[in-house]
Design a protein around this ligand. Structure first.
Ligand SMILES: [Zn+2]
Length: 101
């Protein structure tokens, strides 16, 4: 099922953040990707999968809003396709998500 049908507000938010970072192709691509459910790797993980579980590589992009990190996008090993997206729980509020070292 397309992500835009399941999580339209989430998609709109992530698309806006990607566009703001200049990742236009990735933003366009995300709109056509499917929803693979939420990641279940841990209780604090709220990532939305846009590829089958296990597709993510270590390549990722921080999503920033007004200077703060508000989420992250995981990519496949080629860095070409978004495999998972996680937004901080309190999106819209000042960022509270700290980058992991
Ligand atoms: Zn996870």
């Amino acid at each position: 099922m397309p992500l835009r049908d399941v999580r339209p507000e989430f998609l709109a938010r992530v698309t806006m953040l990607l566009e703001r970072l200049g990742e236009h192709e990735m933003a366009v691509g995300l709109a056509g990707q499917a929803y693979y459910g939420e990641c279940r790797c841990g209780p604090r993980c709220h990532a939305v999968l846009t590829a089958p579980p296990g597709s993510s590589s270590s390549v990722m992009i921080w999503l920033e809003d007004e200077g703060g990190i508000v989420g992250e996008v995981s990519l496949d090993a080629d860095g070409a396709m978004i495999t998972a997206v996680e937004l901080a729980a309190d999106v819209g509020e000042p960022a509270t998500m700290e980058p992991l070292a």
